[in-house]
Design a protein around this ligand. Structure first.
Ligand code: ATP
Ligand code: MG
Length: 401
């Protein structure tokens, strides 16, 4: 079989799930989604993006396949189909569909036939034959013999889509899966505690997927730790910001807090107290920079500070709701996502985390509120928080850089 290379698609059909259900807010969500798609495509090239009857159509002027893949990363998107424009006639539909099927068959690698169906939708009921007749006619015209392709109406591996809408009609074969969720910003603003580990970038991505516009806060122990840890966190923040656009990164100097805890609190409570201070400082940053919720990469039972007792003590110190998207995940599940979103390789770059500074030999595992309050009683909490906040560096992270 000779293989002609496919032309670039004419239009990208973008389907969204959940946001279509949002009743009165639907317009707002659709517009937010269209805006996020425009933002994502801008660095790639020119494209017109329009919302029509519960779908978004993207008309790329260039690099359409590249744009299809990028669109499939945008939160709120369920699927994306690169589609080819045809006329509302059987001949034109067949002419448009044939190269798609030929290309698919040419790429077939396994010996057994693939299963296939044709599915037609007619929004324009003036079309002279029914959808089922159209499906049969197109299948007859475009499919090679049953040794290569078997029709299976129930459970086909591949589906050729035909949409006859009147003015615009098209055919498509692929449905690229999007991440689902809600468009970034529609749930408000979140501040994610970002360490250099594997978990917190994934937590940030999951929070964005639920519609949060994310900022990042990272605690650093200079001079005990060098610029390397800081660069690592900036790289991670940039990698996650790919999914939303520019973001703020707040780098908090944490050494003074850690020294105060080392000098004035029992050793075994150090880690819990570090975390409580992180919560207080993060809450203060929320107030100063207008974030409504905190996020962490905490995960039940993973390390000593993540027992239910210690997490409870940590949560009590912050004034804001703390979301923990990974709380019940297994590590492998987190790693899978980290690989998919492109943060894993950055996260495994070896750099020390601030919590390793003055790390206790045997940290408390099941802390309790009264011991914790005693442990903290000699600290100038207010002064430490105020100084940390006023010495915080604010960086703008630009994913396009
Ligand atoms: P991660 O892989 O995200 O580092 P972890 O499993 O190593 O998480 P911990 O180190 O106990 O767990 O941290 C739990 C959470 O606390 C992190 O996911 C992050 O949200 C927050 N955190 C820890 N250290 C820092 C830090 N230096 N700066 C900002 N946030 C931090
Ligand atoms: Mg960590």
């Amino acid at each position: 079989m000779t293989q002609a290379t496919l032309n670039e698609p004419d239009v990208l059909v973008v389907r969204y799930g959940e946001i279509a259900l949002k009743g009165g807010n639907r317009k707002k969500y659709e517009n937010a989604l269209a805006r996020m798609i425009r933002r994502a495509l801008k660095p790639i090239g020119m494209a017109k993006v329009s919302v029509v009857h519960g779908r978004i159509y993207v008309y790329p002027e260039e690099r359409a396949m590249r744009m299809a893949k990028r669109t499939a990363e945008v939160f709120g998107v369920k699927t994306v189909s690169p589609a080819w424009a045809v006329e509302a006639s059987l001949d034109s539909i067949v002419a448009g569909a044939k190269p798609l099927v030929d290309d698919l068959v040419a790429r077939m690698t396994h010996a057994s036939p693939i299963t296939f169906r044709v599915r037609a939708k007619r929004a324009d009921k003036r079309f002279p034959i029914t959808s089922i007749e159209l499906e049969r006619a197109v299948a007859d015209a475009v499919l090679p013999g049953p040794e290569l392709v078997k029709v299976d109406l129930k459970d086909a591996e591949f589906e050729l889509g035909i949409e006859v809408r009147g003015k615009e009609n098209y055919v498509f074969l692929e449905r690229l899966r999007g991440p689902g969720g809600l468009p970034v910003g529609t749930s408000g603003r979140g501040l994610c505690l970002l360490s250099g580990g594997i978990d917190s970038p994934v937590a940030a991505w999951l929070g964005m997927r639920r519609g949060l516009f994310m900022g990042f806060v990272s605690f650093h122990s200079f001079p005990y730790l060098g610029e390397g840890s800081k660069r690592k966190v900036a790289d991670l923040a940039r990698a996650v910001a790919h999914y939303q656009g520019k973001a703020q990164l707040y780098v908090v100097p944490f050494a003074e807090v850690q020294e105060a805890i080392r000098d004035n609190a029992p050793e075994r409570y150090r880690t819990v107290l570090y975390r409580r201070m992180m919560g207080r400082i993060a809450s203060a940053l929320c107030r100063k920079y207008d974030y409504g919720v905190l996020l962490t990469g905490e995960n039940l039972g993973q390390v000593a500070s993540q027992t239910m007792q210690n997490m409870g003590l940590i949560a009590n110190a912050a004034d804001h709701l703390i979301l923990r998207p990974l709380i019940t995940f297994d590590k492998e599940e987190v790693i899978d996502i980290a690989r998919r979103i492109g943060t894993f390789d950055l996260s495994i770059r070896p750099e020390p985390d601030c919590c390793t500074v003055f790390q206790p030999a045997s940290p408390v595992i099941h802390g309790n509120p009264s011991d914790c309050a005693d442990a903290e009683s000699n600290l100038d909490l207010r002064g430490l928080v105020d100084r940390a906040v006023s010495n915080t560096e604010v960086h703008l992270v630009d994913p396009e850089e």
